[in-house]
Ligand binder design. Structure first.
Ligand code: URA
Ligand code: URA
Length: 312
């Protein structure tokens, strides 16, 4: 009996968290759904979303932009989403560019080299400050020409959780701070929904200068500037890096695979961190239905962060 009670409490806690997050994503209403099929025929969240809700944007599965949501479905989906993480052997992940890493990108194994950061926050911050000085008034790549401010990154210098985007946009270029524009505000809500404040985690980008017209950073720009990201990660030693969008995933994992194929799975970073690729918040602004998938991904991140250090 006590086990069942504990199970029940666990379910309630999870539901509470989900509702909090959905609310923070802008969901205002939950309708009683009319499911057309038995839950048991549905194997994954994505499958059900695709079967019942497609085409996204035309269905009534909608988020906070003033429209209504069929959220009960989403809740059922999450219960149904108990797919194991694929093993490297069947992941189908191929080495693509060879630019960024020499080894095959690895889906997580049970062992990683991650260890908690031995540095104190003050020590880590001092190292980050030194690195910022080393970068200086950088002109190592062509992005220097049109940038206003270098956006180094900010947050907890010993964060266990780091969010890495692609590069500064207009607002970031003006302010010198990462993710402060519209996409940043959505990222803030995702972070808050995970139960964190911005100061508890770290936010940065693969390139530190805004590409002209927000174009995608080029490979050589990412290689040049990415070395500084690598150093930041070495100093911070996060347990998990959330790669926001395909560009960050490409750099950190070393693959050109589309986000739809990457997201939801942990990959290994040479620093010992695990990488969870997920959709970029700017993409979510255009495709609100994908918020559900991001929530699935960040739940996996939260579950891993919640585990005691010896078990991670
Ligand atoms: N998009 C990014 O990838 N990074 C930012 O800092 C802002 C928007
Ligand atoms: N494609 C991208 O480049 N990024 C996303 O987040 C999703 C699709």
């Amino acid at each position: 009996m006590p086990d069942q009670r504990e199970n029940f409490r666990q379910i309630v806690r999870e539901l509470e968290t989900r509702l909090r997050v959905l609310a923070s994503f802008g969901v205002r209403m939950i309708e009683q759904p009319k499911l057309e099929q038995e839950e048991s025929t549905v194997s994954t969240t994505q499958t059900l979303v695709e079967k019942q809700l497609r085409p996204a944007g035309q269905s009534d599965y909608r988020f906070g932009d003033g429209r209504r949501a069929k959220l009960e479905q989403a809740a059922r989906l999450q219960v149904a989403d108990q797919q194991p993480i694929p093993q490297a052997a069947d992941s189908g992940i191929r080495k693509q560019t060879g630019f960024f890493q020499t080894s095959e990108p690895q889906i997580e194994t049970s062992q990683t080299g991650w260890q908690p950061n031995p540095l104190s926050p003050q020590e880590a911050q001092a190292k980050l400050d030194n690195l910022r000085e080393e970068i200086g008034d950088c002109s190592r790549c062509r992005l220097a020409k049109q940038r206003n401010k270098i956006v180094f990154g900010e947050g907890n210098p010993v964060a266990r959780l780091v969010f890495a985007g692609e590069g500064p946009g207009r607002d970031e270029d003006r302010s010198g701070r990462p993710f402060v524009g519209r996409a940043g505000q959505l990222l803030d809500r995702i972070i808050a929904a995970m139960g964190f404040g911005r100061e508890e985690i770290y936010i940065c980008n693969v390139v530190k200068c805004r590409p002209p017209d927000n174009r995608t950073p080029q490979d050589d720009e990412m290689r040049t500037c990415g070395l500084f990201l690598t150093k930041q990660l070495e100093i911070m030693r996060p347990q998990i890096i959330v790669a926001l969008g395909a560009t960050a995933a490409k750099y950190l994992i070393g693959t050109d695979r589309p986000m739809g194929k990457l997201r939801g799975h942990f990959f290994e970073h040479p620093s010992g961190a695990r990488i969870m690729p997920t959709y970029h918040p700017a993409y979510l602004l255009r495709n609100p239905a994908a918020k559900k998938l991001v929530w699935d991904d960040v739940q996996k991140v939260m579950a891993k962060l919640a585990r005691p250090v010896e078990e991670v």
